[in-house]
Design a protein around this ligand. Structure first.
Ligand code: ZN
Length: 325
Protein backbone atom coordinates (compact mmCIF):
# COMPACT_ATOMS: atom_id res chain seq x y z
CA UNK A 1 0.00 0.00 0.00
CA UNK A 2 1.43 3.43 -0.86
CA UNK A 3 1.88 5.37 2.32
CA UNK A 4 0.80 8.96 2.86
CA UNK A 5 3.57 11.32 3.91
CA UNK A 6 4.57 10.90 7.51
CA UNK A 7 5.94 13.60 9.79
CA UNK A 8 9.57 13.13 10.76
CA UNK A 9 9.59 15.21 13.92
CA UNK A 10 7.42 15.56 16.98
CA UNK A 11 6.70 19.18 16.20
CA UNK A 12 5.72 18.36 12.64
CA UNK A 13 3.47 15.58 13.87
CA UNK A 14 1.67 17.85 16.28
CA UNK A 15 0.98 20.44 13.65
CA UNK A 16 -0.02 17.89 10.95
CA UNK A 17 -2.49 16.06 13.19
CA UNK A 18 -3.82 18.81 15.39
CA UNK A 19 -7.49 18.39 14.41
CA UNK A 20 -10.06 15.61 14.06
CA UNK A 21 -10.41 16.55 10.36
CA UNK A 22 -6.70 16.12 9.70
CA UNK A 23 -6.71 12.68 11.31
CA UNK A 24 -9.76 11.67 9.30
CA UNK A 25 -8.10 12.79 6.09
CA UNK A 26 -5.11 10.65 6.92
CA UNK A 27 -7.43 7.65 7.45
CA UNK A 28 -9.04 8.37 4.08
CA UNK A 29 -5.68 8.51 2.30
CA UNK A 30 -4.69 5.21 3.88
CA UNK A 31 -7.95 3.65 2.74
CA UNK A 32 -8.03 5.16 -0.75
CA UNK A 33 -4.44 5.99 -1.76
CA UNK A 34 -5.65 6.83 -5.29
CA UNK A 35 -8.68 8.80 -4.14
CA UNK A 36 -12.14 7.78 -2.92
CA UNK A 37 -13.95 5.03 -4.78
CA UNK A 38 -17.48 4.12 -3.72
CA UNK A 39 -17.55 0.42 -2.80
CA UNK A 40 -21.14 0.19 -4.03
CA UNK A 41 -21.25 2.15 -7.31
CA UNK A 42 -17.60 2.94 -8.02
CA UNK A 43 -18.18 6.71 -8.07
CA UNK A 44 -15.10 8.80 -7.31
CA UNK A 45 -16.48 11.68 -5.23
CA UNK A 46 -17.67 11.82 -1.64
CA UNK A 47 -18.76 14.25 1.06
CA UNK A 48 -16.97 14.16 4.35
CA UNK A 49 -19.30 13.65 7.33
CA UNK A 50 -16.76 14.72 9.91
CA UNK A 51 -18.93 14.28 12.99
CA UNK A 52 -19.75 10.70 12.06
CA UNK A 53 -16.24 9.87 10.82
CA UNK A 54 -17.75 8.78 7.52
CA UNK A 55 -17.56 9.50 3.81
CA UNK A 56 -20.79 9.60 1.81
CA UNK A 57 -20.81 8.81 -1.91
CA UNK A 58 -21.99 11.85 -3.91
CA UNK A 59 -23.86 9.66 -6.38
CA UNK A 60 -25.57 6.81 -4.49
CA UNK A 61 -25.23 8.27 -0.98
CA UNK A 62 -23.63 5.11 0.36
CA UNK A 63 -21.75 5.81 3.59
CA UNK A 64 -18.35 4.37 4.43
CA UNK A 65 -16.96 4.50 7.94
CA UNK A 66 -13.38 5.73 8.03
CA UNK A 67 -12.58 3.75 11.16
CA UNK A 68 -14.23 0.42 10.28
CA UNK A 69 -11.69 -2.38 10.52
CA UNK A 70 -9.29 -0.29 12.59
CA UNK A 71 -8.81 -0.18 16.34
CA UNK A 72 -10.34 3.30 16.22
CA UNK A 73 -13.80 2.00 15.39
CA UNK A 74 -16.55 3.43 17.61
CA UNK A 75 -14.07 5.03 19.97
CA UNK A 76 -15.32 8.07 21.86
CA UNK A 77 -11.78 9.31 22.35
CA UNK A 78 -10.70 11.99 19.86
CA UNK A 79 -8.63 10.68 16.94
CA UNK A 80 -6.01 13.32 17.75
CA UNK A 81 -5.40 11.51 21.06
CA UNK A 82 -5.12 8.12 19.39
CA UNK A 83 -2.74 9.42 16.75
CA UNK A 84 -0.58 11.08 19.35
CA UNK A 85 -0.44 7.91 21.46
CA UNK A 86 0.42 5.72 18.46
CA UNK A 87 3.13 8.16 17.39
CA UNK A 88 4.71 8.14 20.83
CA UNK A 89 4.60 4.37 20.94
CA UNK A 90 6.26 3.96 17.55
CA UNK A 91 8.95 6.57 17.97
CA UNK A 92 9.86 6.60 21.65
CA UNK A 93 12.29 3.76 22.17
CA UNK A 94 11.71 3.66 25.89
CA UNK A 95 8.04 2.96 25.38
CA UNK A 96 5.20 4.85 26.97
CA UNK A 97 3.67 4.40 30.39
CA UNK A 98 0.02 5.14 31.03
CA UNK A 99 0.92 7.92 33.46
CA UNK A 100 3.15 9.57 30.87
CA UNK A 101 0.42 9.35 28.24
CA UNK A 102 -2.19 10.70 30.61
CA UNK A 103 -0.03 13.78 31.22
CA UNK A 104 0.82 14.20 27.54
CA UNK A 105 -2.82 14.16 26.49
CA UNK A 106 -4.09 16.05 29.50
CA UNK A 107 -6.55 13.28 30.34
CA UNK A 108 -8.39 13.49 33.63
CA UNK A 109 -8.74 9.71 33.79
CA UNK A 110 -5.75 7.43 34.18
CA UNK A 111 -7.84 4.41 33.08
CA UNK A 112 -8.41 5.96 29.66
CA UNK A 113 -4.69 6.28 29.00
CA UNK A 114 -4.08 2.77 30.31
CA UNK A 115 -6.81 1.32 28.09
CA UNK A 116 -5.54 3.16 25.00
CA UNK A 117 -2.05 1.80 25.45
CA UNK A 118 -3.28 -1.71 25.88
CA UNK A 119 -5.44 -1.51 22.77
CA UNK A 120 -2.43 -0.30 20.81
CA UNK A 121 -0.32 -3.10 22.24
CA UNK A 122 -2.89 -5.67 21.17
CA UNK A 123 -2.54 -4.32 17.63
CA UNK A 124 1.17 -5.03 17.68
CA UNK A 125 0.78 -8.73 17.02
CA UNK A 126 0.50 -9.08 13.30
CA UNK A 127 -1.07 -12.50 12.84
CA UNK A 128 -0.03 -12.80 9.21
CA UNK A 129 3.61 -12.11 9.86
CA UNK A 130 6.30 -14.11 8.14
CA UNK A 131 8.25 -16.66 10.18
CA UNK A 132 11.94 -16.09 10.84
CA UNK A 133 14.20 -17.90 8.40
CA UNK A 134 17.83 -18.59 7.55
CA UNK A 135 20.07 -18.78 10.60
CA UNK A 136 18.25 -18.28 13.89
CA UNK A 137 19.58 -18.16 17.44
CA UNK A 138 17.26 -19.41 20.18
CA UNK A 139 17.66 -18.97 23.92
CA UNK A 140 15.55 -18.78 27.06
CA UNK A 141 15.49 -16.42 30.02
CA UNK A 142 13.67 -15.74 33.27
CA UNK A 143 11.82 -12.46 33.57
CA UNK A 144 10.80 -10.86 36.84
CA UNK A 145 9.89 -12.34 40.18
CA UNK A 146 13.42 -13.16 41.31
CA UNK A 147 13.26 -15.54 44.18
CA UNK A 148 16.27 -16.16 46.34
CA UNK A 149 17.23 -19.80 46.64
CA UNK A 150 15.08 -21.01 43.77
CA UNK A 151 16.81 -22.11 40.61
CA UNK A 152 15.65 -23.60 37.34
CA UNK A 153 12.45 -25.59 37.37
CA UNK A 154 11.74 -24.83 41.03
CA UNK A 155 10.98 -21.23 40.00
CA UNK A 156 8.28 -22.56 37.70
CA UNK A 157 6.37 -24.14 40.55
CA UNK A 158 6.28 -20.88 42.47
CA UNK A 159 4.90 -19.14 39.36
CA UNK A 160 6.33 -15.75 40.08
CA UNK A 161 9.04 -15.54 37.49
CA UNK A 162 8.08 -16.11 33.87
CA UNK A 163 9.98 -18.17 31.38
CA UNK A 164 10.55 -16.51 28.02
CA UNK A 165 11.84 -17.99 24.79
CA UNK A 166 13.67 -15.73 22.36
CA UNK A 167 14.51 -16.27 18.68
CA UNK A 168 16.73 -13.90 16.69
CA UNK A 169 17.63 -14.03 13.00
CA UNK A 170 21.35 -13.94 12.28
CA UNK A 171 22.29 -11.56 9.53
CA UNK A 172 26.05 -12.03 9.56
CA UNK A 173 27.23 -10.38 12.76
CA UNK A 174 24.03 -8.37 13.10
CA UNK A 175 20.54 -9.22 14.33
CA UNK A 176 17.54 -9.46 12.04
CA UNK A 177 13.96 -9.89 13.21
CA UNK A 178 13.09 -11.15 16.68
CA UNK A 179 10.30 -13.19 18.28
CA UNK A 180 9.65 -13.54 22.00
CA UNK A 181 7.11 -15.62 23.80
CA UNK A 182 6.16 -16.47 27.38
CA UNK A 183 6.22 -20.26 27.72
CA UNK A 184 4.77 -22.38 30.54
CA UNK A 185 7.68 -24.81 30.87
CA UNK A 186 10.91 -26.16 29.38
CA UNK A 187 9.35 -29.23 27.83
CA UNK A 188 10.50 -30.20 24.35
CA UNK A 189 6.92 -30.08 23.06
CA UNK A 190 6.53 -26.48 24.30
CA UNK A 191 9.75 -25.38 22.67
CA UNK A 192 8.88 -27.18 19.44
CA UNK A 193 5.50 -25.48 19.29
CA UNK A 194 7.22 -22.07 19.60
CA UNK A 195 9.72 -22.95 16.88
CA UNK A 196 7.22 -24.30 14.38
CA UNK A 197 5.09 -21.18 14.88
CA UNK A 198 7.90 -18.64 14.57
CA UNK A 199 10.67 -20.20 12.46
CA UNK A 200 10.40 -21.54 8.91
CA UNK A 201 11.35 -25.19 8.46
CA UNK A 202 14.71 -25.69 6.80
CA UNK A 203 16.20 -22.90 8.93
CA UNK A 204 19.37 -23.49 10.93
CA UNK A 205 18.78 -23.11 14.65
CA UNK A 206 21.64 -22.27 17.03
CA UNK A 207 21.13 -23.12 20.69
CA UNK A 208 23.17 -23.80 23.76
CA UNK A 209 23.19 -27.35 25.12
CA UNK A 210 19.80 -27.28 26.89
CA UNK A 211 18.34 -30.75 26.45
CA UNK A 212 14.81 -29.65 25.53
CA UNK A 213 16.15 -28.51 22.20
CA UNK A 214 16.26 -32.12 21.03
CA UNK A 215 14.11 -33.29 18.14
CA UNK A 216 14.75 -30.30 15.92
CA UNK A 217 16.13 -32.40 13.07
CA UNK A 218 12.98 -34.51 12.97
CA UNK A 219 10.91 -31.33 12.76
CA UNK A 220 12.77 -30.23 9.64
CA UNK A 221 15.28 -27.79 11.15
CA UNK A 222 19.05 -27.91 10.99
CA UNK A 223 20.43 -27.72 14.52
CA UNK A 224 23.77 -26.38 15.70
CA UNK A 225 24.38 -26.95 19.43
CA UNK A 226 27.16 -25.09 21.18
CA UNK A 227 28.10 -25.36 24.80
CA UNK A 228 27.45 -22.09 26.56
CA UNK A 229 30.51 -20.98 28.60
CA UNK A 230 29.96 -20.47 32.33
CA UNK A 231 28.77 -17.07 33.44
CA UNK A 232 32.15 -16.34 35.02
CA UNK A 233 33.88 -17.14 31.75
CA UNK A 234 31.44 -14.95 29.81
CA UNK A 235 32.26 -12.06 32.13
CA UNK A 236 35.93 -12.55 31.32
CA UNK A 237 35.14 -12.18 27.63
CA UNK A 238 34.45 -15.73 26.47
CA UNK A 239 32.23 -15.79 23.40
CA UNK A 240 28.59 -16.69 24.04
CA UNK A 241 27.09 -19.63 22.15
CA UNK A 242 24.17 -17.42 21.13
CA UNK A 243 25.48 -13.82 21.22
CA UNK A 244 22.60 -12.17 19.34
CA UNK A 245 19.93 -13.82 21.50
CA UNK A 246 21.89 -12.82 24.60
CA UNK A 247 22.00 -9.22 23.45
CA UNK A 248 18.27 -9.17 22.71
CA UNK A 249 17.53 -10.61 26.16
CA UNK A 250 19.78 -7.99 27.79
CA UNK A 251 18.03 -5.18 25.93
CA UNK A 252 14.62 -6.57 26.87
CA UNK A 253 15.49 -6.77 30.55
CA UNK A 254 16.88 -3.26 30.58
CA UNK A 255 13.80 -1.92 28.86
CA UNK A 256 11.37 -3.67 31.20
CA UNK A 257 13.17 -2.37 34.26
CA UNK A 258 13.72 1.14 32.90
CA UNK A 259 10.25 1.79 31.57
CA UNK A 260 7.80 -0.15 33.64
CA UNK A 261 9.69 -1.00 36.81
CA UNK A 262 8.87 -4.62 36.38
CA UNK A 263 5.84 -6.10 34.69
CA UNK A 264 3.29 -8.53 36.08
CA UNK A 265 3.34 -12.04 34.70
CA UNK A 266 -0.22 -11.71 33.39
CA UNK A 267 0.69 -8.87 31.07
CA UNK A 268 4.23 -9.89 30.17
CA UNK A 269 3.41 -11.28 26.72
CA UNK A 270 1.86 -7.97 25.72
CA UNK A 271 5.05 -6.13 26.70
CA UNK A 272 7.17 -8.67 24.84
CA UNK A 273 5.06 -7.95 21.78
CA UNK A 274 5.65 -4.23 22.22
CA UNK A 275 9.39 -4.69 22.53
CA UNK A 276 9.56 -6.97 19.50
CA UNK A 277 7.25 -4.74 17.47
CA UNK A 278 9.34 -1.61 17.95
CA UNK A 279 12.58 -3.48 17.46
CA UNK A 280 11.51 -5.18 14.22
CA UNK A 281 10.18 -1.92 12.79
CA UNK A 282 12.81 0.48 14.05
CA UNK A 283 13.71 1.45 10.49
CA UNK A 284 10.15 2.02 9.28
CA UNK A 285 8.22 4.23 11.74
CA UNK A 286 5.47 5.20 9.25
CA UNK A 287 4.61 1.54 8.66
CA UNK A 288 4.73 0.91 12.39
CA UNK A 289 2.36 3.82 13.02
CA UNK A 290 -0.16 2.51 10.48
CA UNK A 291 0.05 -1.02 11.82
CA UNK A 292 -0.61 0.24 15.34
CA UNK A 293 -3.76 2.03 14.33
CA UNK A 294 -4.86 -1.05 12.43
CA UNK A 295 -4.86 0.75 9.08
CA UNK A 296 -4.92 -1.53 6.09
CA UNK A 297 -5.84 -4.55 8.19
CA UNK A 298 -9.11 -5.93 9.43
CA UNK A 299 -8.22 -6.08 13.07
CA UNK A 300 -11.08 -5.84 15.51
CA UNK A 301 -10.62 -3.91 18.70
CA UNK A 302 -10.19 -5.74 21.99
CA UNK A 303 -12.95 -4.87 24.41
CA UNK A 304 -12.01 -3.19 27.65
CA UNK A 305 -13.30 -5.97 29.91
CA UNK A 306 -10.91 -8.45 28.33
CA UNK A 307 -7.96 -6.13 28.67
CA UNK A 308 -8.55 -5.32 32.32
CA UNK A 309 -7.59 -8.76 33.60
CA UNK A 310 -5.61 -9.70 30.49
CA UNK A 311 -8.36 -12.25 30.10
CA UNK A 312 -7.80 -12.68 26.41
CA UNK A 313 -4.19 -13.64 27.17
CA UNK A 314 -4.79 -15.80 30.22
CA UNK A 315 -7.93 -17.91 30.10
CA UNK A 316 -7.33 -18.82 33.75
CA UNK A 317 -5.81 -15.75 35.34
CA UNK A 318 -3.84 -16.43 38.47
CA UNK A 319 -5.08 -13.24 40.02
CA UNK A 320 -1.57 -11.94 40.47
CA UNK A 321 -1.21 -8.23 40.95
CA UNK A 322 0.05 -6.43 37.89
CA UNK A 323 2.76 -3.92 38.40
CA UNK A 324 2.71 -1.67 35.41
CA UNK A 325 1.75 1.56 37.08
ZN1 ZN B 1 -21.79 5.27 -4.60
Amino acid sequence: MPRPSFPKTLRQFQSDFSTEEACQQYLAVCRWPDGFTCPRCGHGKAYELVNQRRYQCCKCRYQVSLTAGTILHRTKIPLTHWFWAAYLMTTDKRGVSALFLQRQLGLTCYETAWMMLHKLRRAMVNVAREPLRGEVEVDDTWIGGEQAGLRGSRQLKQRRAALVLVAVEKRGQASGRVRMSVIPDFKAVTIMSFLTRHVATGSTIYTDGLKSFSGLLEAGFKHVVRIQPLRSELRKGAKSAVPLADRAIGNLQQWLIGTYHGVGRNHLQVYLDEFVFRRNRRKTPPAAFQTLLGLGTTRTATVYEQIRGARDLNPNPLGLAEAIR
